[in-house]
Design a binder for this molecule. Structure first.
Ligand SMILES: Cc1cc2nc3c(=O)[nH]c(=O)nc-3n(C[C@H](O)[C@H](O)[C@H](O)COP(=O)(O)OP(=O)(O)OC[C@H]3O[C@@H](n4cnc5c(N)ncnc54)[C@H](O)[C@@H]3O)c2cc1C
Length: 598
C-alpha cells in the first residue's frame, strides 16, 4: 500500500503563489486567514490525514461496512478516526461562527478536504456530505431549523446526507415518488424509498440529518412539484438533545465496486417526521445549493485520486527494476534500470502529475469563486463569479472525474501486474474513483448541462467573464518569449472553442439531438482548454520565481516541464474531441434501436 503524503508544497504553490489567497481573503474580509494561519492549518491537516486517515483506507476497503438488522457498522478504525476528526475541530473550519464554526473561507476547507480524500475517499465522504447538508440548511432553513441542526452538524457530532435517488429515478428526479403529507402540527410525514444514499446510516455520529426531496400530494408532476425536507434519524427534543427514533430505516447496503468503507444505503421512509426546508415546490432550487457544493466536492475527489495514484506510481517507478533503458544503461550497479527511465512510464507519471497539479489549480480557483459568491459584498464581482462558476462547475466536475479516473488507471498500469493485486492499493484507487464519473450527475448529464443549458441556453453569454480573463492573460504575456509556447496555443484554442460552439449551435437549431451528440466531446474539449490556461498561469509564476532569487530551482523547473508536457502531450487530445463533435450526431442515430444486436 503506497504511503500517502499530503502535497503541501504544491498546495502552497497554488494557494499563495498562483492564486494569491492572501489578497483574495483580505478583500473578502477574512482577517483571520493569514498566511501563517493557513500554513499551520495545512501542516496539521497533513499530519492528521497521513497519520490517522490514511492508515484506515485499505482495511476500510477490505472489510467494508456491515449491515445487520437495520444497523450499519463502519469498518475497524473508522469510529476512532472520526472521533479524532471531530475533536481536532476539522468539521468546523469553514462553519459559520454563530453556530460554532471557525468562519474560515470555504476554499480552505476544500483544500483540507483534498487531503482527507487523498488519504481515504470512503472516509472523507462522511464529513463531506455533512458540509453540504449544513450549507443547505443555512441557505434555506428557518431560524429555528438553523438553531436546531447547525451547531451539531458544524461541530460534527451529527452528520448529514443527501437523499434524491429512488429505484426508478436517478437522473430524472421529476419522476420521484416519495410523498410528504402535511400534519396538523405543521410537520410532514414522509413515505417512500431512497436508494444509493451515501453515509445514509453508520455508527460514527449520534444523529444523522437527511436532506430529502419529496412531493406533497396535489403538487404538479415533474420537477416543478418537488419540495425539500429535513428528516432526522432521531427526532430532536425541544432542548436540542437526541430523542426517539424517527420513521427512517436502513433496509440494506449495496455491495459495490469500490468505496466499501462508505455505506451506500437503501433508506425506507415510513411516516418519518420531516420539516419543510424553503418553499413548497421549490425543492430542486434548494437542493441545488447541496448539489453545487457536492459537484465541487466530486471534482476534488478526482484531483485527490490523481494525486494519490501519482504518488504511489512515482515511488514504485523509481524502485522497480525492469529492462535496460533504450538509450543506454542508467543503473550500472543493478541488474536492470528502474522503470522510470522508460518513456512510456514517464508518459503515465507526467499525465498523472499534470492532472493532479493542474486540477488542483482549477479546483482551488473554483473554490475561491465560491468564497466570493458566499461572502462578497460587491454585486458586480459576485455576478461575475457566479457566471464563471456556472461555466466551470460542470467542466470541473466531469473533466476532473474522468481524468482522475484515468490517472488511477495509469496507476494500475505503472505497477504492471502488481497494480492488479490488492496489496499495492492501485486497484482500490481505481475502483473507488469510478463513482466520480457517475454520481452528482454523470459525465453525460454534466455535459448536457454545460452545452445545452449553460452555453447554448445563454447564447454564449456564460463564457464572457472567463474568456475575458483568458484574453487578458494572453495579452499580458504575449511578448514574453518564454511564454510563447503556452500563449499561442491558448489563443488559438480560445478562438476555436468559440467556433465549435457556433458549429454545434447551428446544427442544434435544426436537430436538437446534435446537442446530445456533441456534448461529452464538447465538455472534454472545454476541459483540456481550461486546464491549459491554468497550466500556462502556473508556468508564468514558475518563470518569474526562477528569474528571482529562489532556492527552489528544481520545484519551479518541474512546474515548467510539466506545463510543457501538458501542452504537447495532453492538450492535443482536444483536437480528437473536436473532430468527433463536428462530425455530428447522424452516425449515432441512424441505427435502429432494435438493430444493435441482430
Ligand atoms: C456509490 C453511490 C453513491 C451515491 N450516493 C448518492 C447520494 O448520496 N444521494 C443520492 O441521492 N444519490 C446517490 N447516488 C445516486 C447517483 O447520483 C445516481 O446513480 C446517478 O445520478 C445516476 O442515476 P442512475 O443510476 O439512476 O442512472 P440513470 O439516470 O438511469 O442513467 C443511466 C445512464 O443513462 C444516461 N442518461 C440518462 N439520461 C440521459 C440524458 N437525458 N441524456 C444522456 N444520457 C442520459 C446517464 O448518463 C447514464 O449513463 C449514488 C450512487 C452510487 C452508485
Amino acid at each position: 500500500m503506497p504511503e500517502y503524503k499530503a502535497p503541501l508544497r504544491d498546495i502552497k504553490f497554488v494557494l499563495e503563489e498562483l492564486l494569491d489567497c492572501d489578497s483574495h481573503y483580505k478583500k473578502l474580509g477574512y482577517e483571520d486567514a493569514s498566511l501563517e494561519m493557513i500554513d499551520a492549518i495545512m501542516t496539521e491537516g497533513a499530519k492528521f490525514t497521513e497519520q490517522v486517515v490514511a492508515p484506515i483506507n485499505q482495511i476500510g476497503d477490505q472489510q467494508g461496512c456491515k449491515w445487520e438488522d437495520g444497523v450499519v457498522t463502519t469498518p475497524p478504525g473508522y469510529k476512532e478516526a472520526y472521533q479524532q476528526y471531530v475533536e481536532g475541530g476539522w468539521p468546523t473550519l469553514a462553519g459559520p461562527v454563530e453556530y460554532g464554526g471557525q468562519g474560515l473561507p470555504a476554499s480552505l476547507s476544500v483544500t483540507f478536504s483534498e487531503m482527507v480524500l487523498g488519504a481515504s475517499h470512503a472516509f472523507a465522504m462522511y464529513p463531506g456530505l455533512s458540509h453540504g447538508a449544513s450549507q443547505t440548511i443555512e441557505a434555506h432553513g428557518t431560524q429555528e431549523q438553523k438553531n436546531t441542526y447547525l451547531p451539531k452538524l458544524v461541530e460534527g457530532s451529527w452528520t448529514g446526507t443527501m437523499c434524491l435517488t429512488e429505484p426508478h429515478c436517478g437522473t430524472d428526479l421529476g419522476m420521484l415518488r416519495t410523498k410528504a403529507e402535511l400534519q396538523d402540527d405543521g410537520s410532514y410525514s414522509l413515505s417512500g424509498t431512497k436508494i444509493f444514499i451515501s453515509s445514509g446510516d453508520h455508527d460514527l455520529s449520534e444523529n444523522i440529518i437527511h436532506i430529502v426531496i419529496a412531493r406533497i400530494p396535489g403538487s404538479p408532476e415533474g420537477t416543478k412539484g418537488i419540495s425539500l425536507f429535513v428528516v432526522p434519524k432521531y427526532k430532536v427534543n425541544a432542548d436540542g438533545s437526541v430523542g426517539e427514533r424517527n420513521g427512517v430505516n436502513c433496509g440494506s447496503i449495496e455491495h459495490k465496486m469500490g468505496l466499501h468503507g462508505n455505506g451506500t444505503c437503501v433508506l425506507n421512509f415510513d411516516g418519518a417526521q420531516g420539516y419543510l426546508l424553503g418553499e413548497v415546490n421549490r425543492g430542486l432550487f434548494g437542493m441545488f445549493t447541496f448539489m453545487n457544493a457536492a459537484r465541487v466536492g466530486v471534482a476534488n475527489e478526482g484531483v485527490a485520486a490523481a494525486e494519490a495514484a501519482f504518488q504511489g506510481s512515482y515511488a514504485y517507478a523509481k524502485d522497480r527494476l525492469q529492462v535496460r533503458s533504450l538509450s543506454g544503461v542508467k543503473n550500472p550497479d543493478g541488474p536492470a534500470d528502474p522503470i522510470i527511465v522508460h518513456p512510456d512510464v514517464r508518459r503515465m507519471l507526467l499525465t498523472q502529475k499534470s492532472i493532479a497539479e493542474g486540477g488542483r489549480a482549477l479546483l482551488t480557483y473554483l473554490s475561491q469563486l465560491v468564497d466570493i459568491t458566499l461572502v462578497g459584498k460587491d454585486e458586480n464581482i459576485k455576478q461575475d463569479a457566479e457566471t464563471k462558476l456556472a461555466l466551470l462547475t460542470p467542466i470541473a466536475k466531469a473533466f476532473l472525474s474522468e481524468l482522475g479516473f484515468e490517472a488511477t488507471s495509469h496507476g494500475v498500469q505503472v505497477f504492471g501486474g502488481h497494480g492488479f493485486i490488492q496489496e499495492w492499493g492501485m486497484e482500490q484507487l481505481m475502483r473507488d474513483t469510478k463513482i466520480c464519473c457517475l454520481y452528482e450527475g454523470t459525465t453525460g448529464i454534466q455535459a448536457l448541462d454545460l452545452l445545452g443549458r449553460k452555453v447554448l441556453g445563454t447564447q454564449g453569454a456564460v463564457f464572457k467573464p472567463f474568456s475575458a480573463d483568458v484574453t487578458d492573460f494572453c495579452k499580458e504575456n504575449m511578448d514574453i518569449p518564454e511564454m510563447a509556447e503556452f500563449i499561442q496555443p491558448i489563443m488559438a484554442y480560445s478562438k476555436e472553442w468559440a467556433e465549435i460552439t457556433d458549429v454545434v449551435g447551428k446544427k442544434a437549431a435544426t436537430n436538437p439531438d446534435e446537442v446530445g451528440g456533441a456534448s461529452v466531446d464538447y465538455l472534454m474539449y472545454s476541459g483540456y482548454v481550461t486546464l491549459a490556461y491554468f497550466w500556462a498561469k502556473s508556468a508564468k509564476v514558475a518563470l518569474e520565481k526562477l528569474a528571482g532569487d529562489t532556492t527552489e530551482q528544481r520545484f519551479y523547473q518541474a512546474k515548467i516541464k510539466t506545463a510543457q508536457f501538458y501542452f504537447q502531450r495532453l492538450l492535443p487530445r482536444a483536437q480528437g474531441h473536436k473532430a468527433c463533435l463536428v462530425n455530428g450526431v447522424d452516425t449515432m442515430m441512424s441505427l435502429d434501436s432494435e438493430d444493435f444486436i441482430i
